[in-house]
Design a protein around this ligand. Sequence first.
Ligand SMILES: NC(=O)c1ccc[n+]([C@@H]2O[C@H](COP(=O)([O-])OP(=O)(O)OC[C@H]3O[C@@H](n4cnc5c(N)ncnc54)[C@H](O)[C@@H]3O)[C@@H](O)[C@H]2O)c1
Ligand SMILES: O=C(O)C[C@H](O)C(=O)O
Length: 329
Amino acid sequence: MAKTPMRVAVTGAAGQIGYSLLFRIANGDMLGKDQPVILQLLEIPDEKAQKALKGVMMEIDDCAFPLLAGMTAHADPMTAFKDADVALLVGARPRGPGMERKDLLEANAQIFTVQGKALDAVASRNVKVLVVGNPANTNAYIAMKSAPSLPAKNFTAMLRLDHNRALSQIAAKVGKPVASIEKLCVWGNHSPTMYADYRFATIDGKSVKETINDAVWNSDTFLPTVGKRGAAIIEARGLSSAASAANAAIDHVRDWVLGTNGKWTTMGIPSDGSYGIPEGTMFGFPVTTENGEYKIVQGLEIDAFSQERINITLKELTEEREGVKHLLP
Ligand SMILES: NC(=O)c1ccc[n+]([C@@H]2O[C@H](COP(=O)([O-])OP(=O)(O)OC[C@H]3O[C@@H](n4cnc5c(N)ncnc54)[C@H](O)[C@@H]3O)[C@@H](O)[C@H]2O)c1
Ligand SMILES: O=C(O)C[C@H](O)C(=O)O
């Protein structure tokens, strides 16, 4: 028997990421090839944006996706999020050349307060929320705090692009396919302070750290390359990453819903106090997922270098949070 369609709300649906994301969701890449979906697409109440959204929807129609069980356009989060099973909060102002992510904080905080309240009011009680719009961790924190009747664990931030970037850099360094790498993780904020940690990673079962055996490459090449990749793409394209961000969003939600079969991945999630990260902080952790739930990988040793990196990214997140405190309920 055919499965009941899942309702997927996507904000910023007429934007760059939306254009790479929606077609893949409708194609079954995110929730499975046997899972029908209904797309509930939100754009700002602006004639140009709504018209662009209609154009994207015409193209989606023209793909005749067998799994697409419905699609609606919205200008109000209260209708867009109605009964949503998954909400991808992409819509936000992106960073332009020379802008720091912190510059975006205040403008985008407003958006996520309103959207958190709307999710609280109308979404499924089990809604899985992924925040992509930057600054993603703090926006996710704001949405979570603005939705007190939903479980905090339903709110997550996207660190998966950093994780995938790190995988690619390591694969290139050791000359092996990305698929052979396991147990990689990224700690902290989706920002240049993130800490991509390959100390526990294996490649075809062998230690990545021992294979690379180069602490200077780690601190002077690998971490800055992954951390500044977003800026490098903006510099090269004149626009922020879009297809890779959409791909990471698909990976994040697919793993959350369908499980990782014991393998590690990275998700930005509200801390439960693990590894000394204050409870509630929206932080990148190594996780495994099963039956629609994520679990932090426990018991990892944090050496002095790692602790220093974790402290830096935590400090940045704490400052971002302080910066939006006045906007929270
Ligand atoms: N977390 C990550 O790894 C990651 C990676 C890449 C980009 N991003 C971020 O994703 C966001 C979107 O990027 P993009 O390239 O698609 O930008 P974009 O400007 O192309 O599209 C954003 C869309 O969001 C819409 N929008 C703005 N406010 C909205 C609101 N309140 N409700 C609904 N829609 C709204 C805009 O009208 C626009 O169409 C940016 O904040 C960007 O920095 C995050
Ligand atoms: O860096 C940005 O502003 C865009 C995005 O967060 C990225 O990492 O590519």
